[in-house]
Ligand binder design. Structure first.
Ligand code: ADP
Ligand code: ADP
Length: 227
């Protein structure tokens, strides 16, 4: 079954058409990558699914139409985005940023403690930094916090926009490994990534975008066996 089914999605910024009728899908349990150069429309695709950009077309999540506006409504439906540039609040502590992720869907009480424990198990480095200002973390730790905050909302589909951006290979590998672990535990993931080799190591399937269109669909197993 398809967990996400995007059909004929179009979006523009003024005169600039950023998406020309894009169709993609994610089946239950899959990790699907969207590759392509800068300006291809990858972020706009995620932003449109998330209701952050006006778009036309159909977005179905778990066999229901996803609201087209209202990020918090979409998050409560189970779709959460880790945006490009991470989107954490630098002056707030790590603990406060995690709390925001839970607030997004109305989390509280013991439920909150249990969620936070799971997130800190995924990213043990954050446990030692709970009371630090988020802006004082390294780039890699900030990305861990961004993913952790998204997980506090207990998504049923996780969207990620270039999680490797600006990070050293070692910490990138650590973060991607954790994403792979989450996926193997059953979480479907849509991963936008410019660094194709990294994404293809993890993905079940991959779409390539250019100029606002899907230009190819690739099978990572074929690519990896030629690499
Ligand atoms: P990618 O994520 O693949 O780099 P984007 O979705 O960011 O691509 O951009 C797709 C197109 O839309 C590009 O031509 C880009 O310049 C344009 N674009 C993106 N955001 C804006 C914006 N806020 N205003 C105007 N044009 C934008
Ligand atoms: P299973 O259902 O296979 O037992 P779990 O749902 O318990 O798998 O999760 C497996 C792994 O994924 C664990 O390491 C868990 O901490 C992590 N995980 C799964 N969902 C979340 C979540 N919403 N937040 C944080 N960690 C999670």
């Amino acid at each position: 079954p398809k967990i996400l089914d995007v059909e004929n999605l179009s979006a523009r910024y003024g005169q600039v058409v950023a998406l020309h009728g894009v169709s993609i899908n994610i089946r239950a349990g899959e990790l699907v990558a969207v590759l392509g150069p800068n300006g291809a429309g990858k972020s706009t695709l995620l932003r449109s699914v998330m209701g952050l950009t006006t778009s036309t077309g159909s977005v179905r999540f778990d066999d229901q139409s996803l609201p087209r506006r209202g990020t918090s409504r979409i998050a409560r439906a189970g779709v959460v985005l880790v945006p490009e540039g991470r989107g954490i609040f630098a002056p707030m502590s790590v603990a406060e940023n995690l709390q925001l992720g839970a607030y997004m869907i109305g989390g509280r009480g013991t439920e909150f403690e249990r969620r936070r424990d799971r997130v800190l198990t995924l990213f043990p480095r954050l446990r030692e930094r709970l009371n630090q200002t988020s802006g004082s973390l390294s780039g890699g730790e900030q990305q861990m916090l961004a993913v952790g905050r998204a997980m506090m909302a207990e998504p049923r589909l996780l969207l990620l926009d270039e999680p490797s951006l600006g990070l050293a290979p070692k910490v990138t590998a650590e973060i991607l490994e954790t994403l792979g672990q989450l996926n193997r535990s059953g979480l479907p993931i849509l991963l936008v990534e410019q660094k194709a080799p990294l994404a293809l190591k993890l993905a079940n399937r991959a779409y390539v975008m250019s100029n606002g269109r899907i230009s190819a669909e690739v099978d990572p197993r074929e690519i990896n066996s030629h690499a």
